[in-house]
Design a binder for this molecule. Structure first.
Ligand SMILES: [Zn+2]
Length: 592
C-alpha cells in the first residue's frame, strides 16, 4: 500500500457515515385518530429546505390531498432554535435556514381514512402508509431512512421493511422504499411460513369469519406460482396484511407486501373466499408487474403531481387477467370458477356503453380524473376490465398463431427481464417484445385493440381455446329497458340510463324516480316491474323529477331471461384441447 492509497483511505475513513432521515411517530391519542410525527433531516447548508407530504400514494392513481390532516407544524434547528417557515402550496412547507444545520420538524397527523389505505389510527391499531404520515425533501429522497414507532402497550408492528433497533423500529434504503412498505401495528394475529426458502407472513387485524388454515394453505400454493411466469422472485420476504373490518374494502400492492381489506363477514362463503384469494393473487402479481417493471410515465414516482401513462391497463388489467391463471394452475380454483370470472368481466364490458367511446390507452391516461357514475358508464371505460379483456384477446391471439408455443405470460416474463426498474418501458417496447416472441408485427393489432375502443366477438375468440360464450337454448324473450335503478321502498331511483337506448331517447335520466309504468306502480326492482309487460310494448312511464310528477313514453326492448355464459365446449377438437392446456396450464375438462 503506497502513501497515496493510504491517504485516500484515511480521507474515506474521516467521512461521516451516510446520515439517515429519521422519522418518529407517537400514537398518544389513538381513539381520536391522532399521531405526532417528528422528522430529522441531515445537516444541510441550503438556504431553505422544502418538505412535502405526498399528494397521492402508490397504487392509487388519484389525488388524495393527504396534507389536509396536518396541524401544528413546527421546525427547529439542531440547537433547538425556531426556524422560520412558510407554507408555499397545499402540501409544501418551506423552511428558511441561516446556517448549516440539521432540520427537525414536527406536526400532528389526523389519520382516519381506513378505506384509502393511506392513514388510519384507532384504539386497536394503526395502518401507516408513509404517504399519509411522513414528509420528504427532494434533497434527501435517496438517503437511508429509519422509522421509530411509539405505540400503546401490547401492540405488534409488522412491515415489509426490516426491523432496525427494536420491534417497533424499521429501516429502509430510501424514502421510496419507505413509501412502498406500509406498517401495520396494533392488536393482530401473525402467522409465518416458508416456501422454497422465502419467508412469508400473514398478519390479520380484526375479527372475521375467515378460516386461517385455508388461507395459509392457499397462500402457500399461490406464492409458488410466481415461477410459472417470471421464473425468478424479486424478494426474500413477503407480507400479506389483512384488515377484516366493516367500513373498507379493496387492496393495494407494495414492494414486498400487500394490504387487503374486506368486510369481516366476507370470507366464509365460497364466492367471498374466492374474492379474497383472487385479490391476494392480484396484489402478489403486482410484486413483479408494477413493483419491478412499470411504464415510463410512472418512473420515477412523482408524489406531488400525477404520473401519466397510457399503459395503466397493462399494469392493472393484465394483473386482473393473470390472477385467474395463477389460481387455476395452482389448483385453488376450478375450471368453472375460472370461466365465471371471465364471464363477469365480459358481461360488465358489454353492459358499459362507454366501451364504444374510450380505448384501453385513453382510459389509462385519464385514470387520474376517472369520475365513474352514470356519465362514466356511458362515456368511459376502466383500466381493470378493458385491460383484462385486451390481455385475454392478446393471449389467445399469441397462442392461436403459435400453436400454443407463445402466450401473453411471455410478454410479462420479458418485461421483467428487459425492463427491471429503474428502467421503464413504453408502448413501442411492448410491441417490440411481441415481435421478438412471436416473430410477427403487432402494430396494427395494437392500433385496433389498445388505441381504439375494444370490439371483440367473444364467442369467436374463446372458441379457439375450447370455450364458448353463448345463451342457453331454453332462453325466452322478456321485456327489457337499458337502465339501472335502486328501490327506496316505494319508488325506483334511476342511477344509470344507457346512452342512446330507448329510455335515453325518451328523456329519462339518472336521478329520476320511477313511480309507475302504464299506471301500475313499480315493484322492488326493474326486473320485477318489467315482468308485468311484453317485449316491444310501448308504455307510459310516470316519474318524479324536481318534486314534480312527469310522464314520458318508452318502447320496451326485447331482452332475454337468461344471460350469455362462458362455458367449455362439449367436444373440443385436438387443437382446442391443446391450446386450452397451453392457455390455462390444466387439461380441458371435456378433452378425451
Ligand atoms: Zn391492482
Amino acid at each position: 500500500m503506497n502513501k497515496i492509497t493510504l491517504s485516500i483511505l484515511a480521507a474515506f475513513m474521516a467521512l461521516p457515515a451516510l446520515a439517515d432521515v429519521e422519522y418518529k411517530l407517537s400514537i398518544n391519542e389513538p381513539a381520536h385518530h391522532l399521531g405526532d410525527v417528528k422528522v430529522t433531516f441531515p445537516k444541510t447548508s441550503q438556504s431553505h429546505l422544502d418538505v412535502h407530504l405526498p399528494d397521492w400514494r402508490t397504487g392509487r392513481y388519484e389525488i388524495l390531498d393527504l396534507a389536509n390532516g396536518i396541524r401544528f407544524f413546527d421546525a427547529k434547528s439542531e440547537n433547538g432554535k425556531d426556524l422560520d417557515w412558510k407554507k408555499v402550496d397545499k402540501n409544501t412547507w418551506r423552511i428558511h435556514l441561516n446556517e448549516p444545520t440539521e432540520v427537525n420538524i414536527s406536526y400532528q397527523v389526523y389519520a382516519n381514512q381506513l378505506g384509502m389505505r393511506s392513514r388510519h389510527i384507532d384504539d386497536s391499531h394503526a395502518f401507516i402508509d408513509a404517504s399519509g404520515f411522513f414528509m420528504f425533501s427532494d434533497s434527501f429522497r435517496q438517503e437511508p431512512v429509519t422509522v421509530d414507532l411509539d405505540v400503546p402497550k401490547g401492540w405488534r408492528s409488522v412491515s415489509g421493511m426490516d426491523f432496525a433497533d427494536d420491534k417497533h423500529s424499521f429501516k429502509a434504503d430510501n424514502y421510496d422504499v419507505l413509501l412502498d412498505s406500509p406498517i401495520e401495528t396494533g392488536i393482530n394475529d401473525l402467522y409465518k411460513f416458508k416456501v422454497d426458502d422465502r419467508k412469508y407472513e400473514l398478519v390479520i387485524w380484526g375479527e372475521g369469519n375467515y378460516d386461517v388454515e385455508l388461507m395459509l394453505s392457499d397462500l402457500k400454493k399461490l406464492v409458488k406460482t410466481g415461477s410459472l411466469i417470471w421464473h425468478d422472485y424479486p424478494y426474500e420476504r413477503y407480507v400479506f396484511m389483512v384488515h377484516a373490518t366493516s367500513g373498507a374494502r379493496g387492496a393495494t400492492e407494495h414492494l414486498n407486501s400487500t394490504i387487503i381489506q374486506r368486510h369481516r363477514d366476507s370470507f366464509a362463503k365460497r364466492d367471498d373466499y374466492i374474492g379474497f384469494i383472487a385479490t391476494a393473487a392480484h396484489e402478489f402479481i403486482h410484486t413483479w408487474n408494477v413493483k419491478n417493471y412499470r411504464p415510463a410515465g410512472l418512473v420515477p414516482y412523482d408524489y406531488i403531481a400525477p404520473n401519466y401513462s397510457d399503459l395503466l391497463w397493462l399494469s392493472e388489467g393484465s394483473t386482473s387477467y393473470l390472477e385467474n391463471y395463477l389460481l387455476l394452475s395452482a389448483g385453488i380454483t376450478t375450471n368453472e370458477e375460472f370461466y365465471k370470472d371471465i364471464n363477469k368481466t365480459i358481461s360488465r364490458h358489454l353492459k358499459t356503453p362507454g366501451r364504444e367511446v374510450q380505448s384501453a390507452a385513453e382510459t389509462s391516461f385519464d385514470k387520474w380524473i376517472n369520475a365513474g357514475g352514470d356519465h362514466g358508464r356511458n362515456f368511459s371505460t376502466n383500466i381493470y376490465s378493458e385491460g383484462s379483456l385486451v390481455s385475454l384477446a392478446l393471449d389467445i391471439d399469441l397462442l392461436d398463431k403459435s400453436e400454443g408455443k407463445v402466450s401473453y405470460r411471455d410478454v410479462h416474463s420479458e418485461l421483467y427481464k428487459q425492463f427491471k426498474l429503474p428502467k421503464s418501458f413504453n408502448s413501442k417496447d411492448v410491441q417490440n417484445i411481441l415481435k421478438q416472441i412471436s416473430g410477427r408485427d403487432y402494430s396494427t393489432w395494437w392500433k385496433d385493440n389498445v388505441e381504439s375502443p375494444l370490439s371483440i366477438d367473444f364467442n369467436v375468440l374463446l372458441e379457439k381455446v375450447g370455450l364458448e360464450y353463448t345463451r342457453p337454448k331454453s332462453s325466452k324473450a322478456i321485456a327489457g329497458l337499458d337502465v339501472m335503478a335502486k328501490s327506496n321502498g316505494e319508488l325506483l331511483i334511476l342511477n344509470h340510463v344507457a346512452r342512446e337506448s330507448s329510455a335515453w331517447e325518451s328523456g329519462l335520466t339518472a336521478g329520476d324516480k320511477l313511480v309507475a309504468l302504464d299506471g301500475r306502480q313499480v315493484r322492488k326492482s326493474i326486473k320485477e316491474t318489467l315482468a308485468l309487460f311484453e317485449p316491444e310494448q310501448e308504455v307510459t312511464v310516470s316519474f318524479i323529477r324536481r318534486h314534480q310528477l312527469m310522464t314520458t313514453k318508452v318502447k320496451l326492448k326485447s331482452d332475454f331471461d337468461k344471460p350469455k355464459k362462458v362455458k367449455a365446449v362439449k367436444a373440443p377438437t385436438e387443437r382446442q384441447a391443446k391450446l386450452y392446456k397451453a392457455w390455462t396450464g390444466v387439461e380441458h375438462p371435456n378433452a378425451i
